[in-house]
Design a protein around this ligand. Sequence first.
Ligand SMILES: [Zn+2]
Ligand SMILES: [Zn+2]
Length: 347
Amino acid sequence: MQVSRMEAKKQTCLFSFGLIADIQYADADNRPNFRQNCVRYYRNSLELLKEAVRHWSGDSCASKPSFVMQLGDIIDGFNKRGGKKQSFQALNVVINEFDKAGCDTHHILGNHEFYNFTRAEIASSRLLSGINFETTEVDTTCSCISELIPTTAEVPPAAYYHFSPCPGFRCVVLDTYDVSTLGHDESCSIHQDSMNLLRSVNKNECLNSPDGLQGIDRRFVEYNGGMGESQLRWLEGVLQKASNDQEKVIIFGHAPFHPTIEVDCCLWNYKDILQLLHSFSCVVAVFSGHVHFFSHFVDEKGIHVVTMPGIIEIAPGSNGFGTVEVYQDKLVLHGNGEVKSCVMSFP
Ligand SMILES: [Zn+2]
Ligand SMILES: [Zn+2]
């Protein structure tokens, strides 16, 4: 009797969440991507988001998500050609759709956010979703943010934060671009140090090109970035506390940090993050976007690593969102379109 009751308890879905990545919406005609190896469906991406939102808010969804994770690149850098007005317009259009999901949306910062907006603009937009959650950190690492914000009395919160959607579980949202040329003013030391790092490895005139770079060095391109020392120390503290409290941790970020997935899209200082995650046993899964394809594998320490497809590159007729049910002993990913359903058991 005791055992069966325990089994039954194990099988209760504790909470669930929606996953979607790289919507990159723009009110623009279809065109090839940067590498010229696939088409970007700029307007269709909004239709696919609408379908995802209808799914999450409708009766067909077995377990209504408590939140949706928008994994970054919410609108395309293409918008900036129409000026700030177009960027903000596109952002509003997409966020309005998320508002219909009937639950919170967490927005993660990707490279395309910084093609459109400065960090100061992001800080006063709805993209800084951490402001509503347990964020206690302020962004003190960068001079250009506080200088650009008119009311300097309040330093904006950092874009990384954590929250606990249910006892025993903690979700951590990372900022995989806090060290980057992107999002920082040219006068900012973070921009300058990032540029020096890139130029020391990447000899191409266009720093978005990995041409000539070998193996793991191919990650040193301008559309990638890294995580700074203060974010790493913050993450260490969060993981330490979660371990002490026997919580399981689910990590979300735009750029992946497992180079085996796609080295051209890997975080610059991926080793620091992997070392940190692997020094604790509380991390059960990592979800990212940026690579624009679905993948799932279990890394050498038993962490489930998932990348989501880029909605922008999915042709009309298919889709690429997911819904994750969280159980005491596993995550169950229900895939739609290019996302494969799978069961991710904890070690
Ligand atoms: Zn993208
Ligand atoms: Zn990206």
